[in-house]
Design a binder for this molecule. Structure first.
Ligand SMILES: Cc1cc2nc3c(=O)[nH]c(=O)nc-3n(C[C@H](O)[C@H](O)[C@H](O)COP(=O)(O)O)c2cc1C
Length: 213
């Protein structure tokens, strides 16, 4: 049994990576973590070259991930909230699952998934995006976690005076930024705990799968 964790955030070791890893660390079977940050993966170009054999013909770094996706029994997919939807890097990666959808592909259908969403305010929309993606691909979503990551307006240097940024949006004008206000995953132990519980739940489900076969 193997769980593949994928973070679609372009920032390595940032909130999305961390929350995906928190789920993986609670999984008591083999795991692998992949960051898309240093991968060059373009969108699906709808060439339909995958129709016959369920193998994408676009020549980029998705090729190196295909076998790992097929071999995995479950996916923990995390992405960042960019403009209230999942970030483009993650979206490109997910679009390329189109290669698995045709006829009797049976490459990802029936597997388990966990959705992880991170945003400067929250990752709720991202979680919904990933859940929809799972449903299209007949991956059973066993749960999700949404948390607040970084809101750069608190650290960019202009946050207190900027009228269009997150500081004003969250706390109103004339706010003095304090350390306690700055969003950080470490300030959300409940979210970290929820991620660990999802990892345990995923593990139990996978062991149930293994016992049944
Ligand atoms: C281009 C861009 C757009 C963003 N749009 C939103 C947004 O609409 N809502 C939100 O809550 N956070 C938004 N954010 C903040 C990120 O979701 C937040 O920084 C998150 O922590 C990013 O994940 P990371 O920490 O793994 O990089 C945006 C960030 C960027 C760079």
């Amino acid at each position: 049994m193997k769980v593949l964790g994928i973070s679609g955030s372009p920032r390595k070791d940032h909130s999305t990576d961390r929350l995906v890893k928190e789920v993986l660390n609670a999984v008591d079977v083999e795991t692998e973590f992949i960051s898309l940050a240093d991968k060059r993966i373009g969108p699906c170009i709808a060439c339909l070259g995958c129709i016959e054999d369920n193998i994408c013909k676009v020549k980029d770094e998705m090729r190196g991930l295909r076998d790992r996706i097929v071999e995995a029994d479950a996916y923990v997919i995390g992405a960042a909230n960019y403009y209230s939807m999942l970030n483009a890097m993650a979206h490109c990666f997910l679009e390329r699952f189109y290669q698995f959808r045709h006829r009797e592909g049976k490459t990802v259908a029936g597997k388990l998934g966990v959705a992880v969403g991170i945003g400067g305010s929250n990752g709720d929309k991202v979680v919904e995006n990933i859940k929809t993606f799972f449903a299209y691909n007949q991956i059973e979503c066993i749960g999700s976690v949404s948390a607040q990551g970084a809101a750069s307006c608190f650290t960019c240097g202009y946050g207190e005076s900027c009228k269009v940024g997150a500081v004003h949006k969250f706390f109103g004008p004339d706010t003095k930024i304090t350390q306690e206000m700055i969003p950080d995953l470490d300030k959300q132990p409940d979210k970290l705990e929820a991620a660990r519980q999802l990892g345990q739940k995923l593990c139990e489900r996978l062991k149930g799968f293994a016992a049944a076969t």
